[in-house]
Design a protein around this ligand. Structure first.
Ligand SMILES: [Zn+2]
Length: 146
């Protein structure tokens, strides 16, 4: 049934986008989340967003592209980001910056900036999965009602 496969597509996109944003938030990379949300949900231009957060508009486009790749549809991506955004922002980051160094608050390991996301995805897979499941369960209810 095409309708069912559409729902499955939305569901897969919901999980993938949520996981992407959860890892960013746990890593303390909130700018990426705000950039994606302000582009897809608020309709700001990449150059406006880039100027605001002092990153290039190409970088903003790159972040948005990563999210779009998971939904393959602008409206679905926008609708998912809009609904998961408040939950994402409620998560406490687990990376603490102490005098130029980064500390993982879950396992106390010191990390270099380029290690952070990989560390969270690999070493704290369960933490990520728990949060993703919680958010997806809450947000899914909305889509099932329609
Ligand atoms: Zn850790």
């Amino acid at each position: 049934m095409p309708e069912r496969s559409w729902c499955k597509g939305v569901d897969d996109a919901l999980t993938a986008i949520t996981r992407y944003l959860v890892v960013k938030r746990l890593a303390g990379d909130t700018i990426t989340i705000l950039a994606v949300k302000e582009y897809l949900v608020d309709g700001l231009s990449p150059s406006t967003i880039g100027h605001k957060y002092r990153i290039s508009k190409f970088r903003v486009r790159g972040y948005v592209q990563r999210v779009m790749d998971k939904a393959r549809n602008h409206m679905i991506a926008a609708s998912i980001v809009k609904r998961v955004f408040p939950y994402i922002m409620n998560i406490d980051p687990v990376i603490l910056r102490v005098s130029g160094k980064y500390l993982c608050l879950i396992c106390n390991q010191q990390l270099r900036p380029e290690q952070i996301e990989h560390h969270i995805r690999r070493k704290h897979k369960d933490v990520v999965q728990d949060i993703v499941t919680q958010i997806v369960t809450n947000v899914r209810r909305h889509y099932r009602q329609g």
